[in-house]
Design a protein around this ligand. Structure first.
Ligand SMILES: Cc1cc2nc3c(=O)[nH]c(=O)nc-3n(C[C@H](O)[C@H](O)[C@H](O)COP(=O)(O)OP(=O)(O)OC[C@H]3O[C@@H](n4cnc5c(N)ncnc54)[C@H](O)[C@@H]3O)c2cc1C
Length: 429
């Protein structure tokens, strides 16, 4: 039997049998997925105790980073392990107390870090991210969020040849995939970002990345459109599922029950807990990331999100201030924050933009939902035919949210997603 056509027309969408669908989690991934499903004519309920977009999706660096196809786990990672454990300023850092708990995840992470696996993983990521901007464009057009996303690309700067050379393999892999990277001379860098300190002499620029100038506003715009189309959100926490012969029949929360025909799990860094309720173990951990929101009182302008490769932090010129974000800390979702990690980067940020004077207006911690191979989980549950997964996007959940929603809506409608989803299956581990 032929798969139904893509819903490019209202007529194609009208042929879909409407279902009652619960989406667990209202981050950017859950909301984008909910919007796609609601647009297909389903009756969608988002369940999340946190308002839409106020989890990890609130505080990221805002890059629709279509070129981010190089996994976190890379060749030579094992050599950096001692530094990750002892140096709190390392871009990847592990809390000693958490090491025993994360050992199984870490072993898989190291296994996924060989040159061969990195090459393979980058292909799986590129297969998703090459269409990520177009997928966002569909939702941006639908929700009228045009003023939130700016086409300014993504810049990575370094102060020495040695520092630049450390990321040579990353650039080589990206180039092989077809990512558009421009290597800039010091003069070209000055023209692009005149406010940067002249000590930055090397730069790689990815012009095709988009910049979401306040991430929560994008989720809120998608959510508003979702609600206008008839979708709803309940501020509840999912506790368990009632499962019958054909799959999940009811989603049970702390406050009630929701009868449903299908469930989509988009619960970010806690998705493994939901998957466990559905009978599936999955190695998901979190790469915790911090930000400081900075009110700039004096100093030069930064025009685009910029990675400072020597120290591994990002500065992003958000609408509500300059946002300083850090690398990744492994300590689980329950450990208290350690804001010293991000404050350590503040002097480096000030040195990067000479004359910069700021006051800190927000300290924030978020939980990247990370699989050991940096590849998200997207697809149907092997256990229950009416359960779908969309989580584990790690560093690129904002980037891949709209594409993930598109693919899940295709699966729910029985349409051909036009992409082999085998690499993203939950049972690949
Ligand atoms: C510092 C930092 C910088 C980043 N920069 C970028 C970037 O520039 N570009 C990019 O693409 N990505 C970036 N990311 C990653 C990106 O933010 C995440 O991948 C993305 O936000 C994940 O979205 P999500 O919807 O899966 O998770 P979340 O936004 O965390 O949403 C998951 C939701 O599930 C809910 N939930 C959990 N358990 C339950 C339950 N039992 N019942 C009901 N609800 C539940 C939670 O309350 C939460 O609201 C960055 C992340 C960090 C931390």
């Amino acid at each position: 039997m032929m798969a139904p056509p893509k819903p490019s027309s209202t007529a194609a969408r009208a042929s879909i049998t409407p279902k009652r669908i619960v989406v667990v989690g209202a981050g950017i991934v859950g909301v984008a997925t909910g919007l796609h499903l609601q647009r297909d004519g389903h009756h969608v309920t988002l369940i999340d105790p946190t308002p839409p977009g106020h989890g990890t999706s609130f505080g990221n660096a805002g890059s629709i980073a279509i070129g981010s196809v190089y996994p976190t786990g890379s060749p030579g990672n094992w050599k950096q392990m001692p530094r990750m454990l002892v140096d709190p300023a390392s871009p990847l850092n592990i809390r000693w107390s958490y090491l025993p708990r994360m050992a199984p995840w870490l072993l898989r992470f190291l296994a996924a870090s060989t040159p061969g696996r990195v090459e393979e993983i980058s292909k799986h990521l590129w297969a998703l991210s090459k269409d990520a901007m177009a997928a966002h464009k569909t939702l941006i057009d639908l929700s009228g969020a045009h003023d939130i996303v700016r086409p300014v690309g993504w810049l990575k700067v370094y102060s020495s040849q040695a520092s630049f050379d450390k990321t040579a393999d990353e650039r080589a892999v990206k180039t092989r995939r077809g990512v558009n990277i421009e290597i800039l001379s010091a003069d070209e860098l000055r023209q692009l970002e005149p406010g940067l300190s002249p000590r930055f002499t090397h730069a790689a620029y990815e012009p095709d990345n988009g910049f979401v100038s306040q991430p929560v506003k994008l989720t809120e715009a998608y959510f508003k459109r979702f609600r206008d189309l008839g979708g709803s959100w309940v501020a509840e926490t999912v506790r368990r599922f009632d499962i019958g012969p054909d799959g999940v029949e009811k989603v049970v929360t702390d406050l009630g029950m929701h009868a449903c025909d299908a469930v989509v799990v988009c619960a970010g860094a806690r998705s493994h807990r939901i998957a466990a309720m559905l009978g599936r173990a999955v190695p998901l951990d979190t790469e915790r990331g911090y930000h400081l929101n900075l009110n700039v009182t004096a100093g030069p302008e930064l025009r685009r999100p910029t990675v400072f490769g020597d120290h591994g932090f990002v500065l992003a010129p958000m609408r509500d201030g300059l946002r300083l974000t850090t690398g990744a800390e492994f300590a689980g979702v329950d450990a208290p924050p350690d804001f010293r990690r991000v404050y350590r980067m503040l002097p480096h940020a000030k040195a990067a933009l000479p004359g910069l004077e700021v006051e800190v207006t927000r300290e924030w911690l978020g939980f990247r939902p990370s699989t050991p191979d940096s590849v998200p989980v997207i697809g149907r549950s092997p256990e229950q035919a009416n359960v779908y997964y969309g989580f584990g996007h790690g560093h690129i959940g904002l980037t891949l949210a709209a594409r993930t929603g598109e693919l899940i809506a295709d699966l729910v409608a029985g349409r051909d997603p036009g992409l082999d989803l085998t690499p993203y299956r939950i049972d690949r581990f």
